[in-house]
Design a binder for this molecule. Structure first.
Ligand code: HEC
Length: 118
């Protein structure tokens, strides 16, 4: 009987613990991605694109309207632009990894949706 209670207790703890542990892990990863992309943006992009603007080609900002107008309003197009560069914007494929470029692309779309507020 004692053994049964012990096994039941362990099973119960596992049931309660596992989903909590997974949830914590997922939240942690998401926070890490946000921090990385925001940090990468500050290091590599903010010099020319402060607050999602563009100090060189003023019309080509990172805001939704501009991204749409120039057809860079999806993950693929943004990632390709970051990797290969365009005109006076240099290519970043030698300085950033693929996952970093992906994270930056998602970050830009998300910030554009928020109109670069906050
Ligand atoms: C040396 C300055 C410079 C840096 C650094 C720079 N960019 Fe750019 N970026 C530009 C210029 C100039 C354009 C306009 C290119 C064109 O179409 O002629 C541009 C265009 C863009 C566009 C398309 C905007 C539009 O509306 O067409 C995106 C997206 C973008 N940059 C993202 C980034 C990201 C992400 C980084 C950092 C990894 C970055 N840029 C770093 C200068 C820069």
């Amino acid at each position: 009987m004692k053994q049964f209670i012990f096994v039941a207790l362990v099973a119960l703890i596992c049931l309660v613990w596992t989903p909590t542990a997974i949830a914590v892990e997922q939240t942690g990863n998401r926070a890490l991605n946000d921090i990385n992309a925001a940090h990468l943006f500050e290091i590599h992009c903010a010099g020319c694109h402060p607050h999602g603007g563009n100090i060189i080609r003023r019309s080509k900002t990172l805001k939704s309207q501009s991204l749409k107008r120039y057809g860079v309003d999806n993950l693929e197009a943004i990632a390709s632009l970051i990797a290969n560069g365009k005109n006076t914007m240099s290519a970043f494929r030698d300085r950033l990894t693929d996952p970093e470029i992906q994270a930056l692309s998602a970050y830009i779309l998300q910030r554009a949706e928020e109109n670069w507020h906050f």
